[in-house]
Design a protein around this ligand. Structure first.
Ligand SMILES: Nc1ncnc2c1ncn2[C@@H]1O[C@H](COP(=O)(O)OP(=O)(O)OP(=O)(O)O)[C@@H](O)[C@H]1O
Length: 351
């Protein structure tokens, strides 16, 4: 493993307003403060229009903040111009959802492009391109054209091209959104290898929490131009605080209600009786076993287990259980579980 080579990325109270025709403005970002350590992988997750692309494009100076500052390795990107801005941009590689390859150039030709633009002598370009092609596993495809490649292979070319100038930061703009799940996994694992081997700082935007879970050490949730939650991925998955974070997480845990419950699920409790259906999230492999048993034995509340699984973030396990309890006892049960540091979320009711 080589020494970490990544740069820190810092957002200091950043705001961005776009002017629109007719003199109105759109506020894309407001009061964004974030600090990313060298060598970290941060996922920025948010809905369409939340401000993700605006945030990402400030790191390579394509957009400038209206207020506040964005620093890469301590250098103020928004204030840089000319040669200084070009130098910062060489330190920041970027990959895209639709790859953005030149159709008229081969794999090797696409990867060579940033080196040609940077004025690297051609004698140095060839070996550098060969190294990059090998790193992304495309040696046998060097003379092919983009039209002859699969989506995953195109993204590998995009990654090699982004690495050509030896950046300290890699930006990923929905890089796996156009790929099938299996190809997504191979591209994420290549990015993880690059992060480990080269120590690059990676900042990726996505609308998929599964991507965050599989690659990011840290996550920031953006909603309406503001960061509503930020922290280590494990902490966010096991104890999300903000409703937006919770809604992103609800589809990703790999644990879904069985159809016989889902089809009957109601948003409000029935007039009498019925069961409340809740999700219980816990950190650590065995944390819920004694708590659910104690809920029944010590507190006298019967629990039906509907579905459950233990997953991993990095190497740390966390689990999700879907259970139902009598409505009359549900509030008491939830406060018991929460007092033992399990997280609960009400999903609905069955009659
Ligand atoms: N060049 C621009 N001019 C005017 N408004 C813009 C411009 N770029 C973005 N916006 C607006 O700023 C807000 C944030 O947009 P942004 O593209 O950053 O969001 P996003 O989270 O990346 O969305 P998506 O996932 O759909 O790409 C939106 O309201 C958008 O319409």
């Amino acid at each position: 493993m080589t020494e970490p080579n990544g740069a820190s990325i810092t957002f200091e109270d950043v705001g961005k307003a776009y002017s629109k025709s007719g003199g109105t403005t759109v506020t894309a970002l407001e009061g964004v403060s974030l600090a990313m350590e060298p060598g970290s992988i941060t996922g920025i997750i948010g809905r369409s229009g939340a401000g993700k692309s605006t945030l990402l494009r400030m790191v390579n100076g394509i957009e400038r903040p209206t207020t506040g500052a964005v620093l890469v390795g301590g250098q103020n990107v928004g204030a840089a111009k000319g040669a200084k801005l070009r130098a910062i941009r060489r330190d920041v590689g970027m990959i895209f959802q639709h790859f953005n390859l030149l159709a008229s150039r081969t794999v090797a030709g696409n990867i060579a492009l940033p080196l040609e633009i940077a004025g690297v002598p051609s004698s140095q370009i060839k070996p550098r391109v060969a190294d990059l092609i090998e790193r992304v596993g495309l040696t046998s495809h060097a003379t092919r054209y983009p039209a002859e490649l699969s989506g995953g292979q195109k993204q590998r070319v995009g990654i090699a091209r982004a690495l050509a100038t030896g950046p300290k930061v890699l930006l990923s703009d929905e890089a796996t959104s156009a790929l099938d799940p299996e190809t997504t996994q191979t591209v994420l694992s290549l990015l993880k290898d690059i992060n480990r081997d080269l120590g690059l700082t990676i900042l990726l935007i996505t609308h998929e929490m599964a991507v965050v879970r599989d690659i990011a050490s840290h996550v920031a949730v953006i909603d309406g131009g503001r960061i509503v939650e930020h922290g280590e991925t494990y902490d966010i998955f096991t104890a999300p605080q903000h409703p937006t974070t919770r809604s992103f997480l609800s589809g990703v845990t790999g644990v879904t209600l069985p159809a016989f419950v889902k089809d009957r699920l109601m948003p409000n409790p029935p007039a009498q009786g019925g069961e409340e259906v809740i999700r219980v999230t816990f950190a650590g492999q065995h944390a819920t076993d004694p708590m659910l048993a104690r809920l029944t034995q010590d507190v006298g509340i019967p629990v039906n287990i509907l579905a459950g699984a233990v997953e991993e973030i990095g190497t740390r396990p966390f689990g999700n259980l879907l259970v139902s309890l009598p409505v009359a006892k549900a509030a008491e049960a939830r406060s018991f579980l929460e007092s033992h540091r399990l997280m609960t979320e009400v999903l609905g009711y069955v009659g």
